[in-house]
Design a protein around this ligand. Structure first.
Ligand SMILES: Cc1ncc(C[n+]2csc(CCOP(=O)(O)OP(=O)(O)O)c2C)c(N)n1
Length: 633
């Protein structure tokens, strides 16, 4: 017998269901999410929390005519299940399968793609204003988590909404969690509203009444709640101060109440905020007990929630250990994360140095400025921000840190391909965006021990420094008890050679070693160099090998445009050297999600790919080496 979920081809089918059937649908969706994500991995906790909200939204509104904008959009799995992607759902985050986030190219129901936090309100306002300008009637609904309101952009949007449109619906999905526990004054403020007994009685009563009398009661109670909220905080609910009408808090798992409320909000001719209280991980006890772990994770046991025990230490963990070691010996070392204590492993640092640990919320720009301020007082801030999220803070890096030459260290986890999360999360641009800024140095370790050395180097360096390291594990190099500083701007020659020079940066070292073997099989003498610095690059080594060898090959887990290979080319151009350079890295396009190894193979970021790309130059070289050998003898 087919389930109700299997009969949903599009949101039109959701609208045909009774409340009792919708309740069954909610259960089926939860079961499906738990079972399916157990195999693929993904954002299970956030999605279990928005089952009723998403069903109610699709019941009342009409995508793709109406638009839904989900902040981050990691919580859009239920939306995917209800918009014709139920059959493909098992492919989510798998190579060639559904993306883990909203994707405009994936479905007409995905009106806006995302992966970074804080974008929903502004994008939704743009849609609402676009609709108003065109004289349209459709609805725009933005759903954003409570942690999205720790992000400045959400407030930049709030500052504009009331002045620019009369029709926009914002759903504040409040579960009190970011990935870790949500932090800061906004989190406390939402908590105060959500736990105020007056509200709780109000929304419980509203729920009861709605069952008896329908929508009128909801309207009345929502208004009452709004008035009460005004009393609660004295000056009025924050959203009201921004000119939006606030409704709530309401139980975000009460389907009939949500449906009634959305039906009412749909009729409003003023921008509104609906504050829905939800529980992350609802319906799956391991996710309720382990909110942090079940925000997003790899495969797990769907009965117990168990995951594979951690094997080799990740780069993140090595980073946190190394930083704790530096902080033990230097009381000026401080650590900053923008809502990623888990992902960056700084939650391993936190108990050791609680006074020098700062989680600033999803606020990368603030994090960098905060670090700049600390640096002016003689502190040595280490900002642990993923490569992709640091893009947010580019102006602060340029205008505040680098221009003033402040000694802030950027530790860019997930520097390189991120894998299953896809293009929103790949960290493929940081060499290009940092290499162009004066004063900063940029380091890329090829193993764990080198990461620790580079952090020590950064600590000693009197100016801005960046270190990028990949997601997951490295080659497993043992980390020395005490790190050693690396002279700034020096590469390391791992093996000498005189026909080809291979510069393998960071995570590409393994492929570099294999490439050396393949080239040697062609009878060539090959040098292998670990550049270590993307900036400043070691001009002496580059010059020496470019003069000596007939071919230079660069390998990097970064886009080719503006990357390490470009830096080598610029250096050769400055030196007026014409040695051919073959650059291996990511092409000028956004890379889809997938398994890193498969994607590297597909795009030629392998030893074989390098051989293919270098084939014409290698042939010429092999010929000339053969001639040289004949002439010699
Ligand atoms: C700019 C940026 N920084 C960090 C992240 C990592 N991140 C993804 S989801 C998330 C927490 C989101 O919490 P919330 O908005 O409350 O939604 P919930 O998952 O609780 O539903 C964070 C910090 C991100 N996606 N974008």
């Amino acid at each position: 017998m087919s389930t109700i979920l299997e009969t949903i081809q599009s949101p039109a089918d959701v609208k045909k269901l009774s409340i009792a059937e919708l309740t069954v649908l909610a259960q089926e969706i939860r079961e499906r999410l738990i079972q399916s994500v157990a195999k693929t991995g993904g954002h299970i906790g956030p999605n279990l929390g928005v089952v009723e909200l998403t069903i109610a939204m699709h019941y009342v509104f009409d995508t793709p005519v109406d638009s839904f904008v989900f902040d981050v959009s990691h919580q859009a799995y239920v939306h995917k299940l209800l918009t014709g992607r139920e059959r493909e759902f098992h492919t989510i985050r798998q190579p060639g399968g559904l993306n883990g986030f909203m994707l405009r190219t994936e479905s007409e129901h995905d009106s806006y793609g995302a992966g970074h936090a804080g974008t929903a309100l502004s994008a939704a306002l743009g849609m609402a204003v676009g609709r108003d300008l065109a004289g349209g009637k459709e609805h725009v609904v933005a759903l954003a988590g409570d942690a999205a309101f720790t992000n400045g952009i959400s407030f930049e949007a709030l500052n504009n909404i009331a002045a620019q449109t009369k029709r926009l619906i914002i759903v504040l999905n409040d579960n009190e969690w970011s990935i870790d526990k949500n932090v800061g004054a906004i989190a406390e403020y939402f908590h105060k509203i959500a736990t105020n007994p007056m509200y709780n009685t109000l929304h419980e009563k509203a729920a009861e009444l709605i069952e008896k009398f329908g929508g009128k009661a909801a309207r009345h109670m929502a208004r009452k709640a709004e008035e009460a909220a005004k009393g609660l905080v004295g000056r009025g609910v924050i959203f009201e101060e921004f000119g939006l009408t606030y409704f709530g808090p309401i139980d975000g798992h009460n389907l009939p109440l949500l449906i009634e409320t959305f039906q009412f909000l749909k009729t409003q001719t003023k921008p509104v905020v609906l504050h829905a209280i939800t529980q992350k991980g609802r319906g799956f006890q391991p996710a309720i007990d382990g909110q942090k772990k079940f925000h997003g994770l790899g495969p797990y046991n769907p009965e117990t929630g168990e995951t594979k025990p951690a094997g080799q230490k990740t780069y993140s963990s090595i980073f946190a250990e190394a930083l704790s070691g530096l902080a033990d010996r230097n009381d000026k070392v401080v650590a900053i994360t923008a809502a990623m204590p888990n992902g960056t492993a700084l939650d391993e640092f936190r108990p050791k140095h609680p006074d020098r640990y700062f989680d600033v919320g999803i606020a990368e720009e603030h994090a960098v400025l905060f670090a700049a301020g600390l640096a002016t007082k003689g502190y040595k801030p280490f900002c642990a921000i993923y490569s992709t999220f640091l893009q947010r803070a580019y102006d602060q890096i340029v205008h505040d840190v680098c221009l003033q030459n402040l000694p802030v260290v950027f530790c860019m986890d997930r520097g390189g391909l991120s894998g299953d999360d896809g293009p929103t999360h790949h960290g493929l641009f940081d060499i290009a965006y940092l290499r162009s800024v004066p004063n900063i140095i940029h380091m890329v370790p090829s193993n764990e021990d080198m990461l620790a050395d580079m952090m020590y180097t950064a600590m000693l360096h009197d100016g801005p420094a960046a270190v990028r390291y990949p997601r997951g594990t490295g080659p497993g190099a043992a980390v020395k008890p005490y790190p050693v500083a690396i002279p700034v701007g020096t590469a390391e020659v791992l093996r000498d050679g005189h026909d080809v020079a291979v510069f393998a940066l960071g995570a590409m070292m393994g492929e570099g070693e294999r490439l050396v073997d393949l080239l040697e099989q062609q009878g060539l003498s090959v040098a292998l160099i670990d550049p270590r610095f993307a900036k400043p690059i070691d001009r002496q080594i580059v010059e020496k090998y470019a003069r000596r060898c007939g071919l230079v090959i660069t390998l990097e887990d970064h886009v080719l445009a503006g990357g390490f290979g470009s830096a080598v080319l610029e250096t050769l151009n400055d030196l007026e050297l014409e040695t051919p350079v073959v650059r291996v890295g990511w092409p000028d396009q956004f890379i889809e999600h997938g398994k890193p190894e498969a994607l590297r193979a597909k795009y030629g970021l392998t030893a074989e790919g390098a051989m293919l790309k270098a084939a014409p130059a290698v042939h010429t070289l092999v010929d000339s080496v053969a001639k040289r050998t004949v002439a010699a003898g």
